[in-house]
Design a protein around this ligand. Sequence first.
Ligand SMILES: *[C@@H]1O[C@H](CO)[C@@H](O)[C@H](O)[C@H]1NC(C)=O
Ligand SMILES: *[C@@H]1O[C@H](CO)[C@@H](O)[C@H](O)[C@H]1NC(C)=O
Length: 492
Amino acid sequence: MDGHCGVEIKVVDINDNIPEIIVTSLTTPVPEDSAVGTVIALISAKDSDSGDNGKVKLSLSSKSPFQLNPSVSNHYSLVTKGPLDREKHDHYSVKIIATDSGNPPLSSERIILVELLDVNDNPPVFSQPSYVVYVKENYSPGRILCSVSATDSDSGDNSKISYSLLDSKVQDVSVSSYVYINSDNGSIYSMHSFDYEKLKVFQIQVQAKDQGSPSLSSNATVHVFILDQNDNAPAVIYPSSAAMGSLSHQRMPRSAKAGHLVTKVTAVDADSGHNAWISYKVSEATDGSLFTVNLYTGEVRTKRAVSEQDDSSQRLLIEIKDDGEPVQSATVTVSILLEDGLHEPILDLRQKAVEPSKKTGRITLYLILSLASISVLSLVTFLILAVKCIRNSRSSASCCTRQSDCDDYKNPNRNLQLQLNTDGPIKYVEVLGGDMLSQSQSFRSCMSPMSEYSDFTLIKPSSTTDFKEVISVLDASLPDSTWTFESQQVST
Ligand SMILES: *[C@@H]1O[C@H](CO)[C@@H](O)[C@H](O)[C@H]1NC(C)=O
Ligand SMILES: *[C@@H]1O[C@H](CO)[C@@H](O)[C@H](O)[C@H]1NC(C)=O
């Protein structure tokens, strides 16, 4: 007898299948300027287990500028989550980890290589923002002046740099007629030699441009300083070579003493610095013991007194040198004629030049004298005016503002005061006399109310006698004097 029964065996799933990562689409390389959220890959996950064992979660392992966005069942999209910069990372290895929910969980991983595509986002950068070049003048044309260089951190054509000169003017001429630039490597060449005496410094604007699309550029300045070379000989200004000849003589009296200034040789040098530092030297002379030239000023003077034996025609060859390297020089011939009985104004000039303190002293003296005479003149004028006023006041009594002032004047032992008050430019004239014995008289006048500088004060006449003299002069100068000074009271 057989008995049958059906046995249903249920196989319990255990987590024995590793989850699988399937990349359905991948865009690479990705332009570095892709916007945030750009989809780079579509990824799905598969696990043959069932239940929790087949539930898969995807994640990214390391830090990267990407993230996984889940979409419908086990499908994900890999998108950018931040800005990308090829110049920092030109590719990323994105590690994706799939983990199921089994116990224990199983996982698998897959690496996606994302490459970045260069975008021309970096301009060329010069090694220096400005360059300084020193070039000697007369530097032969066609030679290299300097090299500029720029780098560009982009790649490919975006980093290929070409150099050019930006047009500018140097002394009204386009800079491109002075220099040219090798557009490939930035070497700058002079196109003609420079003359320091005409051009001392100029600027070149250089542009570096990459070949991206659109291209980027940057500018730099090259300062070119021309250095002076001793290429100019000293030029004699005086005595000028045109007027020189044998006819132009410097005349000097035979009576001249040692140190007599005969003439002054003047020369200039167009160079600068040491190259223009001129010195003078006698290189030939009819009589070497008679004349000397100052090394720095070029003044030709006698070394000793001229004697009767000296030849009346003297010739000096003066060499003028600069201090350059190599030295440049010029010569000038000075003819000197010794003349008898010639009275020289030059001697006076020389003495004045030699003794400037005496000269200024004399000027000061003249100034003092003229000031003093002007003061006396003004004083006398004012006294006359004052006296005229007083004369008027005898009839009208309008001159003295206070009666007491008039009283003071009438009593010179106490005080002498004259005061004039008119509507004209003269406000008042005041003559003050203190106690005559104490000799403290003062004269005072005010010309204008506007100016305080028009006050004249003459203090302390040296003696009362002087004061009387002044008064008597004043008295005499009045056309019809009705005013007299009571001098007998002064003498007390
Ligand atoms: C640039 O190129 C020129 C010509 O090929 C060369 O003479 C010069 O030395 C180069 N300059 C640099 C900085 O390499
Ligand atoms: C470079 O100079 C040119 C001309 O002066 C100017 O047009 C340009 O904007 C400058 N470029 C930069 C990056 O400054």
